[in-house]
Write a protein that binds this ligand. Structure first.
Ligand SMILES: Cc1cc2nc3c(=O)[nH]c(=O)nc-3n(C[C@H](O)[C@H](O)[C@H](O)COP(=O)(O)OP(=O)(O)OC[C@H]3O[C@@H](n4cnc5c(N)ncnc54)[C@H](O)[C@@H]3O)c2cc1C
Length: 420
């Protein structure tokens, strides 16, 4: 018999206190659930993120979650452009968009959630699955029984490891080198030229993107903002990736390596490659950064995201490669759909079945779109145009990157060689 959701027995445990965890925490809190968020990290996550492409839908979700939308949410750009090796514009696409900071979104969600119900330093160790209620066990020895457990614990989810251990992150064959530079450290000429554009270029078998994002303090004022550089850069799986993730002491960091531990020879090679391959104008921010974050690109594709009284949301369920730029939005949409299903259905089990049906297709579509947009890097092709079968013209890439995947759009499945 499914557990009926009665207003007095609605206790939820959320594992992971990043954007997905805070979205669902806020939605459930607003609809009367007793909800606690348990985050492994001992420190606040607030300063962790860099720039994200934002969408109108994200603003609506923040409002629905009871969060105050940061004003401004981000920096307004008028469109996208692609440049060649010499910095000449080869394609343009007018698309007004806000480029926000992950930190602003995190902070606004965090401020809306009951402070005392958010616990840092709590790491999930395992789950006892029960038909009526399940119990979350933590490494500190505590155990909490709940009507609903939500795995919002990211791409290496411990919750997913209990429910679907065969679903593992799949490495895409390239990494993202990322850096954010204070605009005050950049020349006036560079600022004036790049202030309102999302810029792309395609050095051999790679993709470089640059765009302005709010400053550390959320400021969108010219001169107080930051410039975000992201270089998708091929690193073969196996020995080459392991070498990149190995620090000077010989310690191999399995999925990512803290910036200060990246060995100097890797930075030297990256910078030499930048000099050889990037348009001159991007050398300024790239070298001003000095320090780079390296993130191997993975995707995750779940077969199920609702399991009786345990659900997966955000990156725990699906990770689309960041070309799509919807990780934060998808986290909010998953959380919203889950909360709506819980409101609508008579039992947690029915609600999770409904959530699973509603969100699986979208998750799969995002993963497929991300794989397709990154296929030329994964395959080491000269550029997206090298294989016409991919249907990836530069015009199409700049049109569809960093936007929600609309399933009816040409991006999923069929080649995109129609004009947009
Ligand atoms: C290079 C790059 C660029 C990106 N650009 C964009 C972009 O432009 N736009 C966008 O929307 N998204 C972007 N993303 C994706 C975005 O950052 C993620 O999709 C988003 O942060 C996912 O949120 P989440 O809450 O699901 O997972 P996460 O942010 O990964 O959070 C999971 C949390 O769970 C905690 N946790 C893990 N295990 C446990 C445990 N056992 N117990 C307790 N807690 C645990 C972790 O400490 C972590 O805080 C990008 C990602 C990358 C790599």
């Amino acid at each position: 018999m499914p557990t009926h959701i009665s207003p007095c027995s609605r206790r939820a445990v959320v594992i992971g206190g990043s954007v997905a965890g805070l979205f669902i925490g806020n939605f459930l809190q607003r609809s009367g659930w007793e909800v606690g968020i348990y985050e492994r990290s001992r420190e606040s996550l607030a300063t962790r993120g860099l720039g994200i492409a934002s969408h109108g839908e994200l603003e609506e979700l923040l409002i629905a979650a009871g969060a105050r939308v940061p004003s401004p949410l981000g920096i307004e750009v008028t469109g996208r452009c692609a440049v060649d090796r010499h910095g000449e514009i080869i394609a343009r696409y007018d698309y007004p968009q806000q480029l926000a900071s992950w930190t602003s979104v995190f902070r606004s969600l965090s401020a809306a959630f009951a402070h005392e119900k958010y616990r840092n330093g709590w790491e999930l160790a395992g789950i006892d699955l029960g038909e009526e209620r399940s119990t979350a066990h933590f490494t500190n020895g505590e155990a909490i029984e709940a009507d609903l457990i939500v795995g919002a614990d990211g791409f290496r989810s411990s919750v997913r490891a209990v429910l679907a251990p065969h679903i593992q992150p799949r490495y895409g064959g390239y990494v993202a080198w990322r850096a954010a530079i204070k605009e005050s450290d950049l020349s006036n000429d560079f600022r004036a030229e790049t202030a309102s554009q999302f810029c792309f270029c395609f050095p051999k078998a790679s993709e470089f993107i640059g765009y302005p994002v709010p400053g550390d303090d959320g400021s969108a004022e010219l001169g107080r903002r930051r410039y975000n550089c992201l270089w998708y850069y091929p690193v073969a799986p196996g020995a080459e990736l392991t070498d990149l993730l190995t620090d000077a002491e010989g310690v191999v960091h399995q999925y990512s390596i803290p910036p200060h531990l990246v060995r100097p020879e890797h930075i030297e090679r990256l910078q030499a490659d930048a000099r050889a391959k990037l348009p001159k104008k991007f050398l300024e921010p790239f070298f001003a950064a000095g320090r780079y974050l390296v993130q191997p690109i993975y995707d995750v594709e779940s077969e199920r995201i609702g399991f009786g009284n345990v659900a997966l949301i955000g990156d725990a369920g699906f990770v689309a490669r960041p070309h799509v730029g919807v990780g934060v939005l998808k986290a909010g949409q998953d959380a919203f759909a889950l909360a709506q299903c819980l409101e609508r259905e008579a039992s947690v089990a029915e609600a999770l079945a409904c959530y699973d049906t509603e969100r699986l297709a979208e998750g799969r579509a995002s993963v497929a779109a991300g794989r397709r947009l990154g296929a030329f890097i994964e395959r080491g092709l000269d550029g997206p145009w090298a294989d016409p079968e991919l249907g990836l013209r530069v015009e199409d890439i700049i049109r569809v990157s960093g936007r929600p995947v609309i399933r009816s759009d040409a991006i999923v499945g069929a080649p995109m060689n129609r004009s947009g």
